[in-house]
Design a protein around this ligand. Structure first.
Ligand SMILES: Nc1ncnc2c1ncn2[C@@H]1O[C@H](COP(=O)(O)OP(=O)(O)OP(=O)(O)O)[C@@H](O)[C@H]1O
Ligand SMILES: [Mg+2]
Length: 219
Protein backbone atom coordinates (compact mmCIF):
# COMPACT_ATOMS: atom_id res chain seq x y z
CA UNK A 1 0.00 0.00 0.00
CA UNK A 2 1.26 3.45 -0.95
CA UNK A 3 0.10 6.41 1.12
CA UNK A 4 0.70 9.89 -0.26
CA UNK A 5 0.72 12.59 2.43
CA UNK A 6 1.75 15.38 0.05
CA UNK A 7 -0.70 18.09 -1.06
CA UNK A 8 0.91 17.89 -4.53
CA UNK A 9 -0.70 14.45 -4.92
CA UNK A 10 2.01 13.22 -7.27
CA UNK A 11 1.85 9.52 -6.39
CA UNK A 12 -1.49 8.97 -8.15
CA UNK A 13 -0.39 11.10 -11.11
CA UNK A 14 2.85 9.17 -11.44
CA UNK A 15 0.92 5.88 -11.50
CA UNK A 16 -1.49 7.29 -14.09
CA UNK A 17 -4.60 6.85 -11.92
CA UNK A 18 -7.30 9.27 -10.77
CA UNK A 19 -8.90 8.11 -7.52
CA UNK A 20 -12.00 10.10 -6.48
CA UNK A 21 -10.69 10.53 -2.96
CA UNK A 22 -7.86 9.36 -0.80
CA UNK A 23 -6.12 9.96 2.48
CA UNK A 24 -7.83 13.29 3.21
CA UNK A 25 -11.32 11.83 2.83
CA UNK A 26 -10.35 8.84 4.98
CA UNK A 27 -9.02 11.07 7.78
CA UNK A 28 -12.10 13.33 7.71
CA UNK A 29 -14.31 10.20 7.54
CA UNK A 30 -16.00 11.40 4.34
CA UNK A 31 -15.07 8.08 2.77
CA UNK A 32 -14.74 4.62 4.25
CA UNK A 33 -11.44 2.84 3.85
CA UNK A 34 -12.80 0.70 1.01
CA UNK A 35 -13.88 3.83 -0.83
CA UNK A 36 -10.69 5.78 -0.19
CA UNK A 37 -8.30 2.97 -1.19
CA UNK A 38 -7.67 2.72 -4.90
CA UNK A 39 -6.25 -0.34 -6.63
CA UNK A 40 -3.58 1.13 -8.90
CA UNK A 41 -1.97 -2.12 -10.02
CA UNK A 42 -2.08 -5.82 -9.20
CA UNK A 43 -0.90 -5.96 -5.55
CA UNK A 44 -0.59 -2.18 -5.26
CA UNK A 45 -3.15 -0.02 -3.49
CA UNK A 46 -2.93 3.72 -3.06
CA UNK A 47 -4.35 6.22 -0.59
CA UNK A 48 -3.89 9.29 -2.72
CA UNK A 49 -2.70 12.70 -1.58
CA UNK A 50 -3.80 16.06 -2.93
CA UNK A 51 -4.95 19.56 -2.11
CA UNK A 52 -7.67 18.44 0.30
CA UNK A 53 -4.91 17.38 2.74
CA UNK A 54 -4.50 21.08 3.60
CA UNK A 55 -7.84 20.89 5.45
CA UNK A 56 -6.63 17.81 7.30
CA UNK A 57 -3.64 19.74 8.62
CA UNK A 58 -6.03 22.31 10.11
CA UNK A 59 -8.14 19.51 11.60
CA UNK A 60 -5.04 18.05 13.27
CA UNK A 61 -4.01 21.46 14.62
CA UNK A 62 -7.45 22.05 16.16
CA UNK A 63 -7.33 18.89 18.27
CA UNK A 64 -6.74 19.59 21.98
CA UNK A 65 -4.55 16.52 22.31
CA UNK A 66 -3.44 13.44 20.37
CA UNK A 67 -3.34 15.23 17.00
CA UNK A 68 -0.06 13.51 16.15
CA UNK A 69 -1.80 10.11 16.26
CA UNK A 70 -4.55 10.97 13.73
CA UNK A 71 -2.92 8.93 10.94
CA UNK A 72 -1.99 5.96 13.15
CA UNK A 73 -5.53 5.70 14.53
CA UNK A 74 -7.08 5.69 11.05
CA UNK A 75 -4.75 3.00 9.73
CA UNK A 76 -4.29 0.72 12.72
CA UNK A 77 -6.97 -1.80 11.70
CA UNK A 78 -5.77 -2.38 8.20
CA UNK A 79 -2.05 -2.10 7.83
CA UNK A 80 -1.48 -5.70 8.90
CA UNK A 81 -3.25 -6.76 5.67
CA UNK A 82 -0.32 -5.45 3.60
CA UNK A 83 3.22 -6.74 3.14
CA UNK A 84 4.58 -3.19 3.00
CA UNK A 85 3.10 0.21 3.75
CA UNK A 86 5.08 2.95 2.02
CA UNK A 87 4.36 6.55 3.02
CA UNK A 88 5.47 9.38 0.76
CA UNK A 89 5.90 12.67 2.60
CA UNK A 90 5.95 16.27 1.48
CA UNK A 91 9.12 18.31 1.57
CA UNK A 92 9.45 20.24 4.81
CA UNK A 93 7.94 19.78 8.23
CA UNK A 94 4.23 20.09 8.99
CA UNK A 95 1.53 18.42 11.15
CA UNK A 96 1.19 15.58 8.64
CA UNK A 97 4.94 14.89 8.65
CA UNK A 98 4.80 14.61 12.44
CA UNK A 99 1.85 12.21 12.06
CA UNK A 100 3.89 10.08 9.64
CA UNK A 101 6.77 9.92 12.13
CA UNK A 102 4.35 8.73 14.80
CA UNK A 103 3.06 6.04 12.43
CA UNK A 104 5.98 4.47 10.51
CA UNK A 105 8.84 2.46 12.01
CA UNK A 106 11.49 2.82 9.34
CA UNK A 107 12.57 5.90 7.42
CA UNK A 108 14.11 6.03 3.97
CA UNK A 109 15.72 9.35 3.12
CA UNK A 110 16.51 10.14 -0.51
CA UNK A 111 19.45 12.54 -0.73
CA UNK A 112 20.44 14.40 -3.86
CA UNK A 113 24.13 14.14 -4.67
CA UNK A 114 23.78 17.18 -6.91
CA UNK A 115 23.54 19.68 -4.13
CA UNK A 116 25.10 19.94 -0.74
CA UNK A 117 22.13 18.67 1.20
CA UNK A 118 24.14 17.27 4.10
CA UNK A 119 23.16 20.19 6.29
CA UNK A 120 19.44 19.62 5.66
CA UNK A 121 19.99 15.94 6.45
CA UNK A 122 21.67 16.82 9.74
CA UNK A 123 18.79 19.02 10.82
CA UNK A 124 16.28 16.31 9.84
CA UNK A 125 18.20 13.84 12.05
CA UNK A 126 17.77 16.28 14.95
CA UNK A 127 14.02 16.55 14.33
CA UNK A 128 13.71 12.77 14.22
CA UNK A 129 15.64 12.54 17.49
CA UNK A 130 13.06 14.81 19.12
CA UNK A 131 10.26 12.43 18.04
CA UNK A 132 12.27 9.36 19.12
CA UNK A 133 11.90 10.49 22.72
CA UNK A 134 8.26 9.44 22.39
CA UNK A 135 8.77 6.63 19.86
CA UNK A 136 11.95 4.72 20.49
CA UNK A 137 11.21 2.22 17.69
CA UNK A 138 11.51 4.89 14.99
CA UNK A 139 14.67 4.33 12.97
CA UNK A 140 16.41 6.05 10.06
CA UNK A 141 17.06 2.82 8.21
CA UNK A 142 18.07 3.79 4.67
CA UNK A 143 19.74 6.82 3.12
CA UNK A 144 19.42 6.64 -0.66
CA UNK A 145 21.89 8.82 -2.57
CA UNK A 146 20.16 9.97 -5.76
CA UNK A 147 21.21 11.78 -8.95
CA UNK A 148 24.64 10.16 -9.03
CA UNK A 149 26.06 11.93 -12.06
CA UNK A 150 28.94 10.12 -13.70
CA UNK A 151 29.75 13.18 -15.84
CA UNK A 152 30.54 15.20 -12.75
CA UNK A 153 31.91 12.18 -10.96
CA UNK A 154 34.12 14.15 -8.59
CA UNK A 155 31.34 16.23 -7.09
CA UNK A 156 28.98 13.26 -6.66
CA UNK A 157 31.70 11.11 -5.18
CA UNK A 158 32.81 13.73 -2.67
CA UNK A 159 29.27 14.08 -1.30
CA UNK A 160 28.82 10.30 -1.33
CA UNK A 161 32.07 9.80 0.62
CA UNK A 162 30.94 12.34 3.21
CA UNK A 163 27.58 10.59 3.53
CA UNK A 164 29.26 7.22 4.02
CA UNK A 165 31.67 8.60 6.59
CA UNK A 166 28.79 10.09 8.57
CA UNK A 167 26.08 7.48 8.19
CA UNK A 168 28.03 4.28 7.33
CA UNK A 169 25.88 1.19 6.64
CA UNK A 170 22.69 3.22 6.45
CA UNK A 171 23.83 4.53 3.06
CA UNK A 172 22.49 2.42 0.15
CA UNK A 173 24.01 2.00 -3.32
CA UNK A 174 23.44 5.26 -5.22
CA UNK A 175 20.76 5.77 -7.87
CA UNK A 176 22.42 7.08 -11.03
CA UNK A 177 21.16 10.12 -12.90
CA UNK A 178 18.94 8.69 -15.63
CA UNK A 179 16.68 10.75 -17.85
CA UNK A 180 14.02 8.05 -18.30
CA UNK A 181 13.28 8.27 -14.57
CA UNK A 182 11.82 11.73 -15.14
CA UNK A 183 10.01 10.70 -18.36
CA UNK A 184 8.14 7.66 -16.98
CA UNK A 185 5.70 9.70 -14.80
CA UNK A 186 4.52 11.68 -17.85
CA UNK A 187 3.14 8.42 -19.21
CA UNK A 188 1.67 7.35 -15.87
CA UNK A 189 4.09 4.45 -15.76
CA UNK A 190 6.55 3.17 -13.21
CA UNK A 191 10.13 2.88 -14.36
CA UNK A 192 9.70 -0.91 -14.40
CA UNK A 193 6.83 -0.56 -16.87
CA UNK A 194 8.34 2.25 -18.95
CA UNK A 195 11.98 1.20 -19.31
CA UNK A 196 12.67 -1.99 -17.34
CA UNK A 197 16.19 -2.32 -18.77
CA UNK A 198 17.28 1.27 -18.05
CA UNK A 199 19.99 2.11 -15.52
CA UNK A 200 17.37 3.80 -13.34
CA UNK A 201 15.25 0.65 -13.22
CA UNK A 202 18.27 -1.52 -12.38
CA UNK A 203 19.33 0.81 -9.56
CA UNK A 204 15.82 0.88 -8.06
CA UNK A 205 15.54 -2.91 -8.40
CA UNK A 206 18.70 -3.23 -6.37
CA UNK A 207 17.20 -0.94 -3.71
CA UNK A 208 14.01 -3.02 -3.58
CA UNK A 209 16.13 -6.17 -3.20
CA UNK A 210 18.04 -4.61 -0.32
CA UNK A 211 14.88 -3.53 1.49
CA UNK A 212 12.78 -6.65 0.94
CA UNK A 213 15.61 -9.19 0.96
CA UNK A 214 13.80 -10.90 -1.94
CA UNK A 215 15.63 -11.84 -5.13
CA UNK A 216 12.73 -12.92 -7.31
CA UNK A 217 10.32 -9.98 -7.12
CA UNK A 218 10.85 -8.92 -10.71
CA UNK A 219 10.76 -12.27 -12.50
N1 LIG B 1 18.03 9.49 -10.61
C1 LIG B 1 17.24 10.33 -11.30
N2 LIG B 1 17.58 10.71 -12.56
C2 LIG B 1 16.81 11.56 -13.26
N3 LIG B 1 15.65 12.10 -12.82
C3 LIG B 1 15.26 11.75 -11.58
C4 LIG B 1 16.02 10.86 -10.75
N4 LIG B 1 15.36 10.70 -9.57
C5 LIG B 1 14.26 11.47 -9.65
N5 LIG B 1 14.18 12.10 -10.84
C6 LIG B 1 13.14 13.06 -11.29
O1 LIG B 1 13.27 14.26 -10.55
C7 LIG B 1 11.98 14.80 -10.26
C8 LIG B 1 11.80 14.97 -8.77
O2 LIG B 1 11.77 13.70 -8.17
P1 LIG B 1 10.76 13.34 -7.01
O3 LIG B 1 9.38 13.75 -7.38
O4 LIG B 1 11.00 11.93 -6.62
O5 LIG B 1 11.31 14.31 -5.88
P2 LIG B 1 10.69 14.68 -4.49
O6 LIG B 1 11.82 14.80 -3.58
O7 LIG B 1 9.58 13.73 -4.13
O8 LIG B 1 10.08 16.11 -4.79
P3 LIG B 1 9.12 16.91 -3.79
O9 LIG B 1 10.01 17.29 -2.68
O10 LIG B 1 8.63 18.06 -4.62
O11 LIG B 1 8.03 15.97 -3.38
C9 LIG B 1 10.98 13.84 -10.88
O12 LIG B 1 10.58 14.33 -12.14
C10 LIG B 1 11.74 12.56 -11.02
O13 LIG B 1 11.26 11.76 -12.07
MG1 LIG C 1 7.74 14.01 -3.36
Amino acid sequence: MLIDTDTQGQSAYMLGVKPVGGLAELLTKELSLDEALFKARENLWILAGGKSLAGVKRLINRKDFGGELTLSESLSEIDADYDYVVVDTSPGWDPLTVNVLFYVRELLLPVSLEVMSLQALGSFFKSVASIKKYRSELKIKYIVPNFMDLRVRKKSETILEKLEALYKDTVCAPIRYNNVLSQAPMYGKTIFEYAPGAKGALDYKELVRKITGQQDLFQ
